[in-house]
Design a binder for this molecule. Structure first.
Ligand code: SF4
Length: 364
């Protein structure tokens, strides 16, 4: 049973190819026409059945009566000085969904959202202040990529990261088919090595993602003691560091595959050299690469971004311990498009992000 809108029309986006071809066959399309429909959706990026020369008039009219194409409307594109673009979409029910296009020298990365808001309540994240409004559908997730490619035809968007609004592993039933559509060779054609799903550390769902999807895994660590992680990431109270790392070590990763471990650096909270030392202990023996993210400020937050020297020292310490470590460059922060900055404007947000009371101050 394919998902439908309030008027009973089928959402074609986000339905993996085998199911879509089967549905098209049941609608009376010949196999060649069904393939043409898939190509119209994901290669030609058509937004309207009327502009599908791949199909004859009868097929177009028949599809238009029972199905729909775009499910998101592009409301605004805000370009930052560094070339990063924040795309603001609107859903049928009026929710705002945001993606960020991060251009590179040859190819670009699209950071997509998987939920409207987020329930995980990470204390340093603007999206968390919204709470969770709802999950996005697979169609709404895929449409972020389709519409971005249509809007930026000269940019080769080859990478997708699920690092926008939401905890993707809270919405796996929609994220998994969306990934299947994105990596389909006959359509959007992303390499599975270039689709990365980032989680705050939901252990059972990590196992399911690795078992059911070819996408790459990234886990947001952000602290080296349970005391600090409990305070800044409530998920840690359910899946503490020892449980999380034990699960990561047991994942059936492909040969030479690596888990990306993200570490948002918060001044005086988790950025000491003692933290670097503990982090190295935590990851010992795990095939991984470490991605350090100096925290991106947003108004109303009580956290601080570490000084560049501290970030460099943290990285150097890890590299000295022979760990594959990089620093993620801050992109798009003048349009609130940087990591952890997606969501409602702070003035409209009901809650502020704050340094939790009782959080130990760690000398840097
Ligand atoms: S960091 Fe990610 S998981 Fe945590 S609240 Fe923000 S969007 Fe949710």
């Amino acid at each position: 049973m394919l998902p439908r809108d309030d008027h009973g029309r089928i959402f074609l986006k986000g339905v993996p190819r085998p199911q879509l071809l089967e549905w098209a066959g049941a609608q009376g399309l010949r196999p060649g026409q069904a393939d043409a429909l898939w190509a119209a959706l994901y290669r030609k990026l058509r937004s309207d059945f009327a502009t599908m020369p791949e199909l004859d008039r009868a097929a177009r009219d028949g599809l238009a009566a029972v199905a729909r194409l775009d499910v998101l409307r592009l409301e605004a594109v805000k370009q930052a000085a560094d070339g990063t673009s924040k795309l603001v979409f609107q859903t049928d029910d009026g929710a705002a969904v945001e993606s960020v296009l991060i251009p590179g020298p040859e190819r670009a990365t699209l950071c997509v959202s998987s939920q409207v808001g987020c329930a995980m309540n990470c204390q340093f994240c603007l999206t968390a202040t919204m709470g969770l409004a709802r999950n996005l559908s697979a169609a709404e997730i895929v449409d972020q990529l389709v519409i971005a490619r249509r809007r930026f035809p000269d940019v080769w968007i080859s990478n997708v990261v699920f690092m926008g609004m939401g905890e993707p592993l809270h919405n796996l039933d929609q994220v998994l088919p969306a990934i299947a559509v994105m990596v389909d060779d006959h359509g959007l054609g992303l390499s599975h090595r270039r689709v990365t799903v980032s989680t705050s550390g939901l252990v059972p769902q990590i196992r399911r993602l690795v078992a059911e999807s070819p996408a790459q895994l990234a886990v947001s660590i952000n602290a080296t003691t349970d005391e600090v992680r409990d305070a800044i990431m409530p998920v840690n109270r359910k899946y503490p560091l020892a449980v999380l790392f034990a699960a990561l070590r047991e994942l059936p990763l492909a040969r030479r595959a690596r888990v990306t471990l993200e570490y948002v650096l918060l001044a005086g909270v988790n950025d000491s050299l003692a933290d670097a030392e503990r982090l190295a202990e935590l990851v010992r023996g795990l095939p991984c690469k470490l991605n350090l993210i100096p925290w991106n400020p947003h108004p109303g937050s009580e956290f601080r971004r570490p000084e560049p020297e501290q970030v460099a020292a943290f990285k150097a310490h890890l590299q000295g311990l022979r760990l594959n470590t990089s620093i993620r460059a801050t992109r798009g922060d003048d349009t609130m498009a940087a990591c952890g900055q997606l969501g409602r404007a702070p003035a409209e947000s009901p809650r502020r992000t704050r340094r939790p009371h009782g959080l130990p101050v760690i000398a840097s």
